[in-house]
Design a protein around this ligand. Structure first.
Ligand SMILES: [Zn+2]
Length: 420
């Protein structure tokens, strides 16, 4: 449903440089081929509307913008499209680092407690330990707390038990007190308590849990959402310990949330020809983005984050709300249908999203008496901690923190990044 859109012709004095309206020649991927753009001049109309202050660009199919201009990254509390856990944006990341690196005692413990649900799976056991130490040693700063012995096996086991208890609780809530999921969880807990070598593994546990709950997909997704909070592996936890023990307080704080930071995921991998374009983007935490690499979306989520269908839906619902309430500017009205197409195509229809089309978004606004959104204002300067592509490389903690350069000194603006 191409909207009524822009029937108004631009006044003759307006001319858009030809260069700016050409299609991006690199866009040759299966998503594009399966869902070809219907109006080749949408881009030029949208650009005219954008630059000349006219509104109403609802049918525009996404700018070939760079990941840094993906507005989703500036919004608070966005759930990861892959694992479903809330992510941190760069502003929140900086605030956390500034506060946690200076605080001590109860104050520090409270900062951790508030953010523990955002801290990711291999980092959380370490964060939890530091949080407990902060209460025990009220006069010590983060780097002193991290200096004391930390046993990766002990922290890993402890975290696994915490998560398994949550899975058990959720299973009892969904299936009643006595149920096969809780029984299975108990057997796994005893393996951990006896510290059986190679006795408990995240992948095997998730696969079994998926089978056990297969008869009711809705309940299954709820149980799996609890279960994917398990640490990814003991080795990963050990690496986090190593890093924090070699860092100062700022480095420790930064490392603990490095994987919680929102990144831009190319739904169809860039390495396989996926375009640098909003219609191929979704917000994902660094942990999920880093783990996927360019793996096929289906193989990837089924084994590591089997709750992804409900997580992607949660992401879509959250972003829809931001679009309706005008937090993302006009040009995202088409994003939801683009997201649906891209995800369904990339997952071979295994992830079936329910999203609002631009007309429904418009209707929702009117029903709630909300004004049509305006383009977002131009940002005066780059965000300091904006990390580069997919910022998935967790930087070494010895390096001075917060010294990331803005991309090649290029000034980010709201202007679409059209080069070719
Ligand atoms: Zn994630």
């Amino acid at each position: 449903m191409k909207i009524n859109a822009i029937t108004m012709a631009a006044p003759a004095t307006f001319s858009v440089p030809k260069k700016a309206v050409e299609k991006n020649p690199q866009v040759t991927n299966p998503i594009e081929n399966r869902f070809p753009k219907q109006q080749t001049n949408d881009g030029s109309k949208a650009i005219m509307n954008y630059f000349f202050g006219m509104q109403n660009v609802p049918s525009f199919k996404g700018y070939p913008c760079s990941t840094g201009e993906f507005v989703v990254k500036q919004i608070d509390n966005v759930p990861c499209a892959c694992c479903g856990a809330e992510m941190m944006n760069s502003k929140e990341q900086n605030e956390f680092v500034a506060k946690a690196s200076k605080a001590k005692g109860e104050e520090l413990a409270n900062i951790f407690a508030e953010n523990l649900h955002k801290i990711r799976r291999n980092e959380r056991p370490v964060a939890r330990e530091l949080m407990e130490r902060a209460t025990k040693y009220p006069n010590q700063k983060l780097s002193d707390l991290a200096d004391k012995d930390m046993d990766s096996r002990k922290l890993y086991n402890k975290e696994n038990l915490i998560v398994l208890n949550n899975v058990d609780k959720k299973a009892q809530e969904l299936y009643g007190e006595k149920n096969k999921v809780s029984k299975f969880v108990q057997s796994q807990k005893s393996l951990i308590e006896k510290n059986v070598r190679n006795g408990f593994g995240r992948g095997t546990f998730l696969a079994n849990l998926k089978k056990l709950t297969a008869d009711d997909q809705e309940k299954s997704q709820k149980v799996l959402t609890e279960a994917i909070e398990l640490p990814l592996n003991e080795n990963g936890v050990a690496k986090v310990i190593q890093k924090v023990q070699a860092s100062d307080s700022v480095g420790i704080a930064r490392r603990l949330i490095a994987t919680a930071v929102m990144t831009t995921e190319h739904i169809h991998p860039k390495s396989q020809g996926g375009p640098n374009n909003t219609e191929n983007y979704m917000g994902e935490c660094a942990e999920c983005n880093n783990n996927r690499g360019s793996e096929n979306l289906n193989q990837y989520w089924q084994s590591t984050y089997p709750n992804m269908p409900s997580a992607t839906q949660k992401y879509a619902d959250y972003i829809s709300e931001q679009i309706i309430t005008g937090k993302m500017g006009t040009r995202y009205d088409d994003y939801m249908v683009d997201l649906e197409k891209a995800v369904e195509s990339e997952s071979k229809d295994a992830i079936d999203l329910k999203v609002l089309n631009p007309e429904e978004i418009d209707k929702a606004r009117k029903e709630r008496g909300l004004p049509d959104p305006k383009p977002l204002p131009v940002k005066p300067k780059p965000e300091k901690s904006e990390t580069k592509k997919d910022e998935t490389k967790i930087s070494g903690s010895k390096k001075p923190q917060g010294s990331k350069k803005p991309h090649g000194g290029k000034k980010p603006t709201r202007r679409p990044n059209i080069k070719k």
